[in-house]
Design a protein around this ligand. Structure first.
Ligand SMILES: NC(=O)c1ccc[n+]([C@@H]2O[C@H](COP(=O)([O-])OP(=O)(O)OC[C@H]3O[C@@H](n4cnc5c(N)ncnc54)[C@H](O)[C@@H]3O)[C@@H](O)[C@H]2O)c1
Length: 307
């Protein structure tokens, strides 16, 4: 059902053929391209004839991806939370390829599981610095190039932008911010002939997912609260395909798997009911107690909660 709805929306919202963006002979910048979704996207777009700039804080991972490609790949080590470093990274892409047509702000991290009460404040800043400020630092220095090329920007958000955020709020906050960033950019760039879109994913089978949901017992219990079909996992190839399709269509938004679309569309009503139910759910209370009791932060001690 939701797949049909998504296809219908896609057809209705697709631009005319002359507005489609073919990445062949175009220059695409991807952050977080050393592994996971970014890597799969880089490989896909390279195979489609794009020149790709692989930006990652992990030089070795990005270099390994670059080595599997040819002349049309450029590896740049940069931390997206470093504004000056990112300006230099974008300059290097410009110097090498002479233009920038597409930017995909994909690099992102997750916090240590914690409630807001027990959180290490530094972890909040780290996640916001990479996931939100990092998106600004990636996109801003490339915008004159994007406008000149009438190109496209993708910011990678998540279903976390609208799903409940307990025990991982810096991530949810960051992805909601990225969503707003992308929406504002979409309207602003339309005035100057370029486009932007927001990419949403449910659960993608990557190192990030393994670390948060599989290898962490509390993460696994939190993940178990997700009902079918929201607990479906997609591969990095599916995720890359979703972004690549969005670039080709200059889509305002992409969402994968499509089973998340009804929640995305009707979130206003659903979340009013959901938040109220979660706040009353003893299983959620138990999880919150377990998360809080696990956090030992000498800089920000909290009194353990009596059970
Ligand atoms: N995996 C999921 O289920 C999922 C779901 C929704 C959205 N997302 C989003 O998709 C994006 C990619 O996620 P992933 O699962 O492929 O993650 P991943 O952890 O597998 O890969 C992230 C990449 O980003 C790089 N990176 C991390 N911090 C960086 C920094 N400061 N500067 C530059 N590079 C940095 C890492 O080195 C790594 O190569 C993220 O923004 C994530 O929030 C992921």
């Amino acid at each position: 059902m939701s797949v049909v709805v998504v296809d219908l929306l896609r057809q209705l919202l697709s631009p005319p053929a002359e507005h489609r963006l073919d990445v062949r002979d175009r220059v695409v910048v991807i952050t977080g391209a050393g592994t996971g979704i970014g890597r799969a996207l880089a490989e896909k777009l390279y195979a489609s004839g794009a020149s790709v700039a692989l930006i990652d804080i992990d030089q070795a991972a990005a270099a390994a991806v670059g080595r599997s490609m040819g002349e049309r790949a450029l590896v740049v080590r940069a931390d997206v939370s470093d504004r000056i470093g990112m300006r230099e990274a974008i300059s290097r892409v410009r110097e090498r390829f002479g233009r920038i047509d597409v930017v995909v702000a994909n690099a992102g991290v997750v916090p240590e599981p914690a409630t807001i009460r027990t959180m290490n404040p530094g972890d909040f800043d780290r996640v916001i610095g990479i996931n939100v400020t990092g998106v600004f630092n990636t996109v801003h220095p490339a915008l004159e190039d994007i406008v000149a090329a009438k190109g496209h920007v993708v910011v990678v958000s998540s279903a976390a932008a609208f799903a409940p955020g307990m025990a991982g709020s810096p991530y949810m906050v960051s992805k909601a911010a990225v969503e707003q960033f992308g929406r504002a950019l979409r309207v602003e760039l339309a005035a100057v002939g370029a486009t932007a879109g927001v990419a949403y994913f449910g659960i993608v089978d990557t190192a990030m997912t393994h670390g948060t949901l599989d290898e962490d017992d509390l993460g696994a219990d939190l993940g178990a609260l997700l009902p079918w079909p929201l607990n479906l996992r997609i591969t990095v190839r599916d995720a890359a395909e979703s972004i690549a399709d969005g670039i080709a269509r200059r889509a305002a938004r992409t969402i994968a798997p499509p089973q998340w679309e009804p929640y995305a569309l009707f979130r206003g009503v659903i979340n009013v009911v959901l938040d109220s139910r979660l706040a009353r759910d003893p299983r959620v209370h138990d999880l919150i107690h377990r998360v809080e009791q696990r956090v030992i932060d000498v800089d920000h001690p909290v009194t353990p909660i009596p059970r």
